[in-house]
Design a protein around this ligand. Structure first.
Ligand SMILES: Nc1ncnc2c1ncn2[C@@H]1O[C@H](COP(=O)(O)OP(=O)(O)OP(=O)(O)O)[C@@H](O)[C@H]1O
Length: 264
């Protein structure tokens, strides 16, 4: 029997008296590009935190490839194919750009301590492979020229793209991007949309996107789920979502509405 890549079944999380995400049902298929939107405080990042094992669901279940992930630690979920970026950039600022990518790749390193110490032929071949793959990813994101620069010295938009490279370096099946376009200028956003589509097709991965920029969300997502006060109020194609009265009502008067009218 084939399973969805990710399945949330009534996933719920409470913080004291606050239900941040309530009975959230969602399926993500392999190689799908899905958006998760909603006004500020709707529960989007909390949903990401549940999917990535940062928080445990208070009720309901989450399955990855048919296996329940309750209690699985975030780094184990990364090994199982879930990778993410964060709203606030979390790079190793003082490391070079390429070392940031290398560090993410070590998760897949199968060499033990002795191999590292002896630095034999197999170890060196592995190191070369890591470097080549890091450079391939940096090249896709037009960051290869900055490989030896300190990550913190990069312009903001480049740092955001480097975060995506780091997330990709762990060879995910599901990539979660939390506001990847935040702080980018219109040209960078346009380029980002192209890149997200490109990596999804090239690496055959599913991408789940939390994003406030409606031009980006509506421009690239195949399907969109909408949260409001932790509850899913709509799910559908960008066209259906833009015409959904509940979604329009949820966004009325918010910054998102001002940026790009959802019923435009
Ligand atoms: N660790 C926590 N403890 C208590 N409340 C929390 C915690 N994490 C999130 N919340 C609350 O859960 C709700 C949802 O927050 P969340 O950050 O998921 O929203 P969001 O949709 O990602 O918002 P934004 O678009 O502003 O980033 C908010 O009311 C928030 O204050």
């Amino acid at each position: 029997m084939s399973h969805p890549l990710l399945k949330l079944d009534h996933a719920t999380i409470r913080f004291g008296g606050l239900t941040a995400v309530s009975k959230f049902n969602l399926e993500v298929q392999p190689c799908e590009l899905i958006g998760l939107i909603g006004p500020n405080g709707a529960g989007k990042t909390t949903a990401f935190n549940m999917i990535t094992g940062v928080y445990q669901a208070t009720e309901g279940t989450i399955h990855l490839n048919g296996r329940c992930i309750a209690g699985v630690k975030p780094h184990e979920l990364t090994s199982q194919g879930i990778s993410r970026t964060f709203q606030n950039i979390r790079l190793f600022g003082s490391l070079s750009v390429i070392d940031n990518v290398r560090a993410a790749m070590q998760l897949h390193c199968k060499h033990g301590m002795s191999a590292s110490l002896w630095r034999g032929a197999r170890f060196k071949a592995h190191e070369k492979e890591v470097e080549n793959r890091a450079l391939e990813l940096l090249d896709i994101f037009k960051l290869a020229d900055t490989r030896d620069e300190e990550a913190k010295s990069l312009p903001y938009g480049d740092q955001r793209r480097l975060e995506i490279v780091r997330a990709l370096a762990t060879k995910p099946k599901l990539l979660l991007l939390d506001e990847p376009a935040a702080g980018m200028n219109p040209t960078e956003k346009e380029e980002l949309m192209h890149l997200i589509r490109f990596i999804k097709d090239k690496f055959q991965i599913a991408v789940m996107l939390v994003e406030h920029d409606m031009t980006v969300v509506m421009g690239i997502c195949e399907r969109i789920a909408v949260l409001e006060y932790g509850v899913k109020i709509a799910e559908g194609t960008p066209d259906q979502i833009q015409r959904d009265p509940k979604v329009i009502a949820a966004y009325l008067g918010t910054e998102v509405q001002k940026e790009a009218p959802i019923d435009a």
